[in-house]
Write a protein that binds this ligand. Structure first.
Ligand code: DSN
Length: 429
């Protein structure tokens, strides 16, 4: 085998991927693009180093500068979220959730949670981190017309189950959770309240979604690469007003609980992403929500069965529409052939994750590329051509590629205007 050829094959695939996304409309609700300063952190020497423990209390030497970086990331996260405690070590949102389970539960403990078909993340499911910790899951009733938790039913469930943790937050997240009401009920029965903000973290930080830490969540977990457009990773944030010794368990939950070392270069990029969000997050979050509402409305006007229509379609970056029983996969495939990258998604009533009936969209990346309401109108028309008019996807793709040429530059960050899809040429051949 020619091993260099093998290595260069991988590099070529990465470049192809850059080209593909550069030409496409990226609309996966959990993704985003990195600012130039964040990107730079990923190829620093930090990427190959180890740090276990906390700044100033390490098991390895050589952490002097990284300690400064991690301390800064913590400081900025606390400011951004007005939090008492910030842990920037989790390497993903799932790892952040695992750390909280490790800290605050024992196998066999009861937790209340949304069903994954109603939008909960897999880490809150039987097959994910909650199952791995051996937690007993009790699911809230869901109002699929309102696309939200049924408050009275959930309150009743919490009172009867008396869970250790009341879990909230979704991966399909159109509207704010009725958290104030339910957090009070959970606290009454001695439960802690955990809110998974992975998807909406940047909207919360921008002040444009509910404020879980002000509405009774003891802890908010999140991922740092969705509406908060930093590097892939997780974060844990704790409420300022609900003082308790339990913070110490959160710290141990992360280390030695579910990490040893972690991704130092990502921590550096997180710190920069927090600073950028403090500078630009409000404006960015505002435009994301305006774009999502506009796109949802336009898709509805074009004939799509968009969920949440009696409630303004969406209050987040997401839009969810039905395409016919178990037809989500087929629709997502056609969209990809037309240069629109989205994912099939379960909608309430679906039973099998691989045979869902919906498409979930997010506009956070398109917004970061400078798109506004006018562009959303154009994009809705592409969807109609592919999924309603039945036009050949390859034909639509030509127009998508042409349209995308004007939207390659990154916004809402320092040094904005750089090409978001350019790859770095490290080796001259
Ligand atoms: N499963 C991812 C999503 O919502 O797309 C989040 O981890």
């Amino acid at each position: 085998m020619d091993w260099l050829k093998e290595a260069l094959f991988v590099r070529e695939m990465a470049m192809e991927n850059n080209r593909m996304f550069g030409d496409a409309l990226p609309m996966i609700a959990s993704e985003n693009i990195l600012s130039p300063l964040c990107k730079e952190m990923l190829i620093t020497d930090f990427h190959g180093r180890y740090a276990e423990g906390n700044p100033g209390k390490r098991y390895y030497q050589g952490c002097k500068f990284f300690d400064e970086v991690e301390s800064k990331a913590i400081e900025l996260a606390k400011i951004l979220f007005d939090a008492r405690y910030a842990d920037v070590r989790p390497t993903s949102g799932t790892v952040a959730n695992m750390a909280v389970f490790k800290a605050w539960t024992k196998p066999g403990d009861k937790v209340t949670v949304l069903d994954t078909a109603d939008g909960a993340h897999i880490s809150f499911g039987k097959w994910g981190a909650a199952g791995l910790r051996g937690l007993e899951l009790h699911t809230y009733p869901f109002d699929s017309e309102a696309m939200n938790i049924d408050v009275d039913g959930a309150a009743k469930l919490i009172r009867s189950v008396e869970p250790k943790l009341a879990l909230f937050g979704q991966s399909v997240f159109l509207f704010p959770t009725p958290l104030k009401e339910l957090a009070d009920v959970a606290h009454e029965v001695g439960a802690k309240v955990v809110y998974d903000a992975a998807h909406v973290l940047g909207l919360i930080a921008g002040g444009k979604f509910q404020q879980p830490l002000k509405e009774g969540a003891d802890v908010m977990t999140g991922s740092t690469h969705k509406t908060l457009p930093g590097p892939q990773g997780g974060v844990i944030l704790a409420n300022k007003t609900r003082e308790s010794q339990d913070i110490k368990y959160l710290d141990w939950g992360v280390f030695p609980g579910v990490t040893s070392s972690y991704h130092l270069h990502h921590v550096a990029a997180k710190a920069i992403a927090f600073a950028e969000h403090l500078a630009f997050g409000k404006e960015y979050a505002e435009q994301i929500i305006r774009n999502a509402k506009k796109l949802a409305e336009e898709l509805y006007n074009q004939g799509f069965d968009v969920l949440g229509r009696n409630h303004g379609f969406t209050e987040s970056h997401q839009i969810l529409f039905k395409v016919g029983k178990e037809k989500g996969g087929e629709a997502a495939q056609k969209l990809e052939e037309a240069g629109i990258i989205a994912n099939m998604n379960m909608v309430p009533g679906d039973e099998h994750p691989m045979r869902p009936s919906g498409i979930r969209l997010g506009v956070q990346e398109l917004t970061r590329l400078g798109m506004k309401e006018g562009e959303m109108e154009e994009i809705a028309k592409f969807f109609k051509r592919v999924l309603i008019d039945g036009e050949e996807p390859a034909k639509v793709k030509k127009d998508v590629v042409e349209f995308k040429k004007n939207y390659r530059k990154i916004h809402y960050c320092f040094y904005e205007g750089e090409d978001a899809y350019e790859y770095i040429k490290l080796v001259q051949k």
